[in-house]
Design a protein around this ligand. Structure first.
Ligand code: NAD
Length: 287
């Protein structure tokens, strides 16, 4: 409370539902630790209030905001500029206000890549198999392609997200040096074959999280090999069924989505403040 005064700079989070979010705790503790005069507050904002809320960033001279569901795509036309990755992903999770000019970024993909780097893992020039093409899968695929991953095989089921998966593949092939391909998740032989030649498998479907915590898209450990990375974007539970199967297969690097969650926040923190978030401190504090 001692930090909050007449000079405090406000940063928001605009989404609904939003009361469960860990972001306010994460950012406010990081501001306090570094002695920065910022405050981060969550606002219950849906599509109907979004234009007013975005205008308020300018009016109130807020430094920026995070954006989550259902606003990640709807916010695009309300902003002045977009980062290359946000433009390609067609989604924004972070807004920065520079004297009334609002720029949209997506930090989920950089958070994913940074969380691998934190473990000493470099997937540039490598082959990735990715399941899912939604709010997490899309920025992961785009950022991995932009950062130099050689090949991405995207598997999705035939649902509403299939079209997004098609778009992602098209865009990656047109705008990056990475080769992307789209596969039917229902084709188990193809899925098994692609996993056998992959350097990293990332599951961004949320299978493994409530109410699907006893499920995994890969049940047979022989589909994995020891030298690959298995990454689940889920972080509750800490160890998903997928991670258990990968460990049974002897996979050396098995990661959950906790590092990605912290690093996407750290990336936004840096965009707003220019400072590095004390990630290790926040990790200890929250988990
Ligand atoms: P989304 O609904 O936008 O996309 C889900 C994707 O998974 C789609 O491609 C869909 O076709 C596929 N899918 C869903 N259910 C499936 C099933 N039963 N079988 C096969 N495919 C299925 O969701 P999202 O926003 O991308 O979130 C997905 C997961 O990623 C969630 O568990 C979320 O918690 C996690 N996530 C983690 C982080 C992080 O920082 N670690 C960030 C964002 C999302």
């Amino acid at each position: 409370m001692e930090r909050i005064d007449g000079h405090t700079i406000l940063i928001g989070l605009m989404a609904t539902p939003i009361r469960h979010s860990m972001s306010p705790t994460m950012h406010n503790n990081a501001f306090a630790k570094l002695g920065l005069n910022y405050a981060y507050l969550a606002f219950e904002v849906g599509n109907d209030q979004l234009a007013d809320a975005v205008q308020a960033i300018r009016t109130l001279d807020m430094r920026g905001s995070n954006v989550s569901m259902p606003n990640k795509q709807k916010i695009l036309p309300l902003l002045d500029k977009l980062s290359p990755a946000a433009k390609m992903a067609g989604a924004v999770n972070t807004v920065v206000n520079d004297n009334g000019v609002l720029t949209g970024y997506t930090t989920d993909g950089t958070g994913f890549m940074k969380s691998l780097a934190d473990e000493g893992l470099d997937i540039r020039g490598k082959k990735m198999v990715l399941t899912g093409a939604g709010g997490a899968g899309t920025p992961i695929a785009i950022q991995a392609a932009l950062d130099g991953v050689k090949e991405i095989a995207i598997f999705n089921r035939q649902d509403a997200q299939w079209k997004q998966a098609e778009k992602n593949v098209e865009m990656i092939n047109a705008q990056t040096k990475c080769h992307a391909s789209l596969h039917h998740l229902e084709d188990r032989a193809d899925f098994k074959h692609e996993l056998a030649i992959a350097d990293i498998y990332c599951d961004s479907t949320g299978v493994g999280m409530k109410p699907l915590e006893d499920m995994t898209l890969v049940e047979d450990p022989t589909w994995f090999h020891e030298d690959m990375i298995v990454f689940d974007t889920v972080y509750a539970p800490r160890e998903t069924k997928l991670m258990k199967v990968a460990k049974e297969a002897g996979v050396k690097h098995v990661l959950n989505g906790l590092g990605m969650m912290l690093e996407q926040g750290a990336e936004a923190f840096k965009l707003w403040t220019g400072k590095e978030m004390p990630v290790e401190y926040i990790h200890q504090l929250l988990f």
